[in-house]
Ligand binder design. Structure first.
Ligand SMILES: [Zn+2]
Length: 199
């Protein structure tokens, strides 16, 4: 199964145990917020915060296992075709974040994309988990300061993940498009599509 996630939108996809999901930024530099839920129990979701305690790194790296908030293995990071440019620190963007930067009126967000994608599957989500933000460039300096330099991810960069249990995964093409000082999340030309393939 292969699908295109349009710019600023999100989609849910079922990934059975043993299957792989490949996420590609076709035009490059497009942040892909990734969420995963246990298909048998939506109360168990992939937790970035719980994961980096076990991997000893705030970046997801090839070979890492992402765990759930119940600390069970959910997803294996099989292949990193994006040179390690990923983030597990930034909360999913939401309406409030855009208003914080001065945006007036409704704005698409990864939080909303997650809720809509799960509703299309028949589920109401009440909590927005900390996503894994693939193709998102952040750094933590030795003094603890946190930066988001311009996104260097090349067109065609991808990540490949293996489901360790039956999953519902949601991928969001982050709609961040504001000119916010210090936050260059996506490419300058605005959000672009993502390709998702499950095999
Ligand atoms: Zn976002």
């Amino acid at each position: 199964m292969k699908m295109i996630i349009p710019p600023r939108e999100g989609r849910a996809v079922r990934v059975s145990k043993g299957q792989t999901i490949r996420i590609t930024t076709l035009k490059g530099a497009q942040a892909a917020d990734f969420f995963a839920f246990n298909a048998e129990n939506l109360g168990e979701w992939l937790s970035a915060n719980h994961t980096w305690v076990t991997t000893f790194n705030v970046k997801p790296r090839e070979g890492d296992t992402f765990i759930s908030r119940f600390r069970r293995p959910m997803v294996k990071f099989l292949h990193d075709g994006a040179g390690g440019v990923h983030d597990m620190m930034i909360a999913a963007c939401d309406q409030f974040r855009y208003e914080h930067f001065g945006h007036k009126g409704p704005h698409a967000s990864c939080s909303e994309n997650l809720c809509v994608a799960m509703r299309r599957e028949g589920y109401q989500i009440d909590v927005i988990p900390q996503p894994v933000n693939f193709f998102t460039n952040t750094t933590v300096e030795t003094d603890g300061s946190f930066k988001s330099p311009p996104n260097p991810v090349k067109p065609g960069a991808f990540v490949e993940l293996e489901a360790l249990i039956d999953l519902i995964c949601v991928v969001s093409s982050c709609p961040f498009d504001l000119k916010a000082e210090g936050w260059t999340i996506n490419a300058g030309g605005g959000p672009t599509e993502l390709e998702v393939a499950v095999t």
